[in-house]
Design a protein around this ligand. Structure first.
Ligand SMILES: Cc1cc2nc3c(=O)[nH]c(=O)nc-3n(C[C@H](O)[C@H](O)[C@H](O)COP(=O)(O)OP(=O)(O)OC[C@H]3O[C@@H](n4cnc5c(N)ncnc54)[C@H](O)[C@@H]3O)c2cc1C
Length: 365
């Protein structure tokens, strides 16, 4: 019997598998396809990401340094309000497919048994173990573990099998790439989509990414909105590798059961104001590895409170920030005029809006 069965080898699944294996647990991790594919993510992350990546991989993953964002209340060509760090990058564009491969490789190096091409089709909780039905090219087998970690993304099968509630909301995201290299220092954010925004991310030699996310009900046809967006930018005939995915917003009240727990998108561990979930998922994965003892199910309670202590305030503040996306346009313009310029805010931590660095940046202009 394994200590942990991890379902899904995205960043949080790989990170948890690595950390738990390093602490001496017997970990098996199932990935239904190829690690990192299909891509449905911008891979736009704060510099904190490098703390999770083995040092020698950085050069391979890094695509571009981003120093700030140009916010627009309108579409391409509308007035831009710049928010930036003066002296260092705020964030990086990274190769997301390769990031997943590197993180999965680190889990395997730590001793986790990472198995691509294995789909978990059922999970049963027993008093003393969990049983997983796992389908692969070799047939279907039943695997036993003391605990199961559901790291299987927004449509989580594990969440459904364990009877855990869904995240509050799902946004529909679409993105595509213009292969023309672009080393610009700024991303563009367009507050033209109800409930969320559209974006343009320069990715260095990897080209430019155009994307958009929206609540499907509030904004009609997300694909049609995206088509109009790239048309406005004048790149409709150049973009390629179009892909899409769901972004869960708002974690459910409970992400643990007797012998199971959720991490990452399965648990809605994302930033409500950007949809980013790579770092929140890995942060929670570290809390899980530190708090959960596979031989003692009562330790799941410490994880349930521990990850919320770490991320709960940021998620709540992130929700408040997101409300600004639906403010009337004159209010948006005024807010952007007042606050634009140099900033001291960390892109994963809205609480830094009240930090000394941010106040110094605001009043030092
Ligand atoms: C359009 C878009 C843009 C985004 N941009 C960013 C960004 O710039 N920065 C950022 O931080 N976040 C971004 N995100 C969010 C980010 O992609 C997710 O938060 C992150 O991928 C969460 O990782 P995860 O492993 O929880 O889920 P996923 O990445 O979805 O991984 C889940 C894994 O589980 C596997 N799986 C699913 N079911 C099973 C099963 N039954 N058996 C075995 N394996 C299974 C899947 O194949 C997959 O590999 C974006 C999302 C979208 C949709």
């Amino acid at each position: 019997m394994h200590d942990f069965a991890v379902v899904g080898v995205g960043p949080p699944g790989a990170r948890f598998a690595r950390r738990a294996a390093e602490r001496g647990s017997d970990v098996v991790a199932f990935e239904r396809g190829e690690v990192g594919k299909p891509l449905a993510c911008s891979g736009h992350v704060s510099l904190d990401v490098w703390a999770y990546v083995p040092g020698d991989a950085r050069e391979r993953l890094h695509q571009n340094d981003v120093y700030g964002a140009r916010f627009h209340a309108g579409g391409p060509g509308s007035d831009a309000h710049e928010f930036y760090y003066a002296d260092r990058p705020v964030s990086n564009a990274v190769d997301r497919v390769e990031l997943d491969r590197v993180l999965a490789g680190a889990a395997a190096d730590a001793g986790a048994d990472v198995r691509p091409g294995h789909t978990v089709t059922a999970v049963r909780e027993r008093p003393d173990r969990v049983e997983l039905d796992v389908r692969s090219a070799g047939g279907t087998e039943t695997v036993e573990a003391r605990m199961v970690a559901g790291c299987d993304g927004p449509r989580s099968r594990v969440r459904a099998e364990l009877g855990l509630p869904n995240p509050d909301e799902f946004l529909h995201g679409v993105l595509a790439f213009d292969p023309e290299p672009d080393h610009d220092d700024f991303v563009d954010v367009h507050l033209t989509v109800p409930g969320f925004f559209a974006w343009r991310i320069p990715r260095g030699e990897a080209g430019v990414e155009y994307g958009l996310a929206a609540t499907p009900d509030a904004s009609g046809d997300v694909t049609a909105r995206f088509d109009a967006f790239v048309e406005e930018y004048g790149v409709a005939d150049r973009i390629e590798h179009r892909c899409s995915g769901l972004i869960p917003i708002g974690p459910p009240a409970r992400v643990t059961t007797e012998r199971g727990f959720l991490l990452g998108d399965a648990a809605g561990m994302t930033k409500p104001f950007t949809g980013g979930g790579i770092l929140y998922g890995m942060t929670a994965a570290d809390v899980a590895a530190e708090t959960i003892d596979p031989t003692d199910p009562s330790t799941l309670a410490a994880f349930e409170t521990g990850w919320r202590d770490e991320l709960g305030t940021e998620i709540r503040l992130g929700r408040l920030l997101r409300r600004g996306y639906d403010a009337p346009r004159p209010i948006q313009e005024l807010g952007m005029r007042l606050f634009s310029g140099e900033i001291g805010v960390h892109m994963d931590r809205p609480s830094t809006l009240f930090s000394r660095e941010q106040l110094a940046a605001l009043f030092g202009r």
